[in-house]
Design a protein around this ligand. Structure first.
Ligand code: FAD
Ligand code: FES
Ligand code: FES
Length: 436
């Protein structure tokens, strides 16, 4: 097994260790540093017992390659308790917010991360911040009360020393690696990839693209916006540019997984994974997104509509890297993203849609609608859009037009037993959002 050295900051201390290629941070912390407060629960990003902070944001260590923390600041619950009990720990005890304690280190770190950024959180904000941490015995009322109570006692700030050199790979270095290494896999957040590789024990060579500056960020151009492939869902959901010009996309990213998944998962990974339920794809479709791809042979632009052609199948070719997506701004549109899932956090959508409406004097001047989780890949409902263009924005008219939408869906994927549930849900939600 090939070993590599990594150096990083662990609870404020400069540390160095050797890791195996493909080693997971959870195992490095538990086995190489004996930090057993970082628990292994589900190993698939669903329980939060393995939560650590990286640059003060919660991450699932069970889905983080150890090589990713090179030169970064990692914190475990030992950081909180370094000078005796921390005010959040005291508050958890005071409120009886601990029973078996299995979830507690991760829960404390998610709470600490929230309170560093927000000193006066509401109950809703606390619930959202801990939505990626499951507790199966204490009950959330005490936990939420404890966090709210601790909020007035936290004096710390987002004070982490940022280490500028993360050992960045340039885009050209990535393209060279892709061209020269057989069987290497591009990894961004790893939240899809590491789960799909879980059962495969053979060692993988990863090309981690997240340190590449050319793939990151949101840039406004003239009438267009560029979103780099490694931009995370957190960055998208906090973007002011997208709030103003592509709010459905911002809302879609905000609905993804949990805080940990949004800090780790990227828009590029969401697209290239090709899931029919990928939350950002319907929102990107209504903005006519174009995928920007590059390999050693050159660059190409492909409409997202043609990029994903079957479940988990895309037109990306060997040696190609997704640099990002370019979308059109929608000015003067009312936008939204609606997701129906089994529960609020950490749930894959059963039905989803993104819409944009330009209304004039009570009529649809323009309308865009894209549907997810119902067909083999998310699609733009163009016939439905045409039917309503120029029509009155009226609930009855929208409801009638849904029959065209259902025809479009059946044409794409035939009839399915799930449509007995999905069609009425879609009809009701589309009618209430689009109609008046
Ligand atoms: C617990 C949990 C909850 C989740 N909830 C949701 C949810 O609510 N909604 C949702 O849509 N998704 C969800 N996901 C799926 C996942 O988090 C998202 O799809 C995420 O955006 C994937 O991004 P990533 O950076 O982690 O991708 P990775 O896992 O790193 O990569 C995914 C795929 O894309 C390829 N890839 C990544 N970047 C590039 C690039 N720049 N160029 C070429 N190929 C690339 C990789 O090789 C791989 O094949 C969830 C996952 C988990 C584990
Ligand atoms: S062990 Fe459950 S989220 Fe990591
Ligand atoms: S205290 Fe037992 S799982 Fe939360």
């Amino acid at each position: 097994m090939k070993m590599e050295k990594i150096r990083f900051f662990l609870n404020g201390k400069d540390v160095e260790t050797e890791i195996e290629e493909g080693e997971i941070l959870l195992h490095t912390l538990r086995e190489r540093f004996r930090i057993t407060s970082v628990k292994e629960g589900c190993s698939i990003g669903e329980c939060g017992a393995c939560t650590v902070l990286i640059e003060n944001r919660p991450f699932y260590s069970c889905l983080t390659l150890s090589s990713k923390v090179r030169n970064r600041n990692v914190k475990t619950v030992e950081f909180l308790g370094r000078e005796g009990l921390h005010p959040i720990q005291e508050s958890f005890i005071r409120h009886g917010a601990v029973q078996c304690g299995y979830c507690t280190p991760g829960m404390l770190l998610s709470a600490y991360s929230l309170l560093l950024r927000n000193k006066t959180p509401t109950v809703e904000e606390v619930k959202k911040a801990i939505s990626g941490n499951l507790c199966r015995c204490t009950g959330y009322v005490q936990i939420v009360d404890a966090i709210i109570d601790a909020s007035s006692k936290i004096t710390e700030r987002m004070d982490d020393q940022q280490i500028p050199d993360r050992g960045c790979l340039s885009k050209d270095e990535i393209l060279n690696l892709l061209a020269s290494t057989e069987n290497s896999l591009i990894i961004a957040g790893g939240t899809d990839l590491l789960i799909s590789l879980r059962e495969k024990k053979d060692a993988k060579k990863f090309i981690d693209v997240t340190s590449c500056k050319e793939l990151k960020g949101i840039e406004k151009g003239v009438g267009k916006i560029f979103i780099g492939a490694t931009t995370t869902h957190t960055e998208i959901s906090e973007s002011q540019i997208l709030l103003n010009k592509a709010n459905s996309l911002r809302m879609a990213s905000e609905s993804v997984g949990s805080p940990q998944i949004r800090n780790m998962g990227t828009i590029g990974g969401n697209i290239v994974n090709g899931s029919p339920a990928a939350d950002t794809v319907p929102a990107l479709l209504i903005h006519d997104a174009r995928c920007i791809l590059e390999s050693k042979d050159g660059k190409r632009l492909l409409p997202l509509e043609n990029f994903i052609f079957a479940p988990y199948r895309t037109r990306i070719e060997r040696g190609e890297l997704l640099l990002g997506v370019e979308i059109d701004e929608l000015d003067g549109f009312e936008e939204g993203y609606v997701k129906v899932a089994k529960r609020e956090a950490l749930a894959i959508s059963r039905v989803s849609f993104a819409y944009a409406i330009k209304e004039k004097d009570g009529f649809f001047e323009e309308l865009r609608l894209a549907i997810g989780s119902v067909t083999p890949s998310p699609f733009r409902a163009r016939k439905f859009e045409e039917r309503l263009r120029g029509k009155e924005r009226d609930k009855r008219i929208v409801e009638e037009a849904c029959s065209i939408l259902f025809e479009e869906i059946r044409r794409l994927s035939g009839d399915r037993p799930s449509y007995r549930y999905k069609f009425p849900v879609l009809r009701d939600l589309i009618t209430s959002r689009l109609g008046r």
